[in-house]
Design a protein around this ligand. Structure first.
Ligand SMILES: [Mn+2]
Length: 245
């Protein structure tokens, strides 16, 4: 049986004119693995901006959400690690789609690897601005204020424009090299205290990276589901990266 890893679909992004087409490609891929997957890990930022209220969720993504529900109905475990564009997912994905949400990194042991996994935002990143914003976005009080006092249409418009703005600002998504990639630095430090980890899996950077950190540990950045169309798969033989489109 196989475990699949995907990240960063940024569904609904105003930066893509063909968002619906990208969603279809992703959904077709998920459909193609449903008879061989025993678990699916979505490593964050599957939505360009997700925000939910107690009775309301964003319009759109129905094929994707329906496919996740179908997978969990079939008994496939679906895990969702919150990224920095979908921090504001509360209980809908769990209650409606059967997805297990994770708001922190996790280490999971598989027969062929011990995997440390996280979306990756903030790890090894010394930027004070980034840390401050992350604190604001994760603040329970501010989340409550936003949910309660900002009209839903304003909130969604604001969120989608913010997401597009951050996409355009972070245009440079090329690999910065081992010494300048915060996730590589983070993993190397983490490994010293946790030598049992044999595989680090991250999203967030939108690059495809497969790097040996030591004789026993490997680091993978999954790429994305809107231009690289990459995924990771782990089975009893090991881990590999591949493309679905
Ligand atoms: Mn991200």
């Amino acid at each position: 049986m196989k475990t699949y890893f995907l990240s960063d679909a940024h569904l609904g992004s105003l930066a893509f004119p063909d968002s619906k087409e990208k969603e279809r490609l992703l959904v077709n891929f998920l459909d193609s693995i449903k008879h061989e997957a025993d678990a699916l890990y979505l490593m964050g930022d599957m939505f360009d901006f997700w925000h939910e209220w107690s009775e309301v969720v964003p319009k759109g993504y129905t094929r994707f959400l329906g496919k996740l529900s179908e997978l969990t109905d079939l008994g496939i475990e679906v895990h969702y690690f919150l990224g920095n564009h979908d921090i504001w997912a509360y209980d809908y994905l769990h209650d409606e789609c059967g997805v297990t949400l994770h708001s922190a990194p996790a280490t999971v042991s598989f027969p062929s690897a011990t995997v440390f996994m996280a979306h990756g935002d903030g790890l090894g990143d010394p930027s004070a601005t980034f840390r401050f914003l992350r604190g604001v976005f994760h603040s329970k009080v501010l989340q409550w204020l936003f949910r309660t006092f900002i009209p839903t249409s304003w909130a969604m418009r604001f969120g989608l424009s913010w997401a597009r703005h951050s996409r355009l600002k972070e245009r440079d998504e090329s690999y910065k090299g081992e010494h300048n990639e915060p996730l590589v630095q983070f993993a190397k430090t983490y490994l010293k205290e946790h030598p049992e980890v044999t595989l680090f899996i991250f999203g967030h950077r939108h690059i495809e990276l497969d790097l040996m950190l030591s004789r026993t540990a490997r680091l993978v950045v999954l790429g994305d589901c809107y231009s690289h169309f990459t995924y990771g798969v782990l089975d009893d033989k090991g881990f590999r990266l591949d493309n679905f489109a």
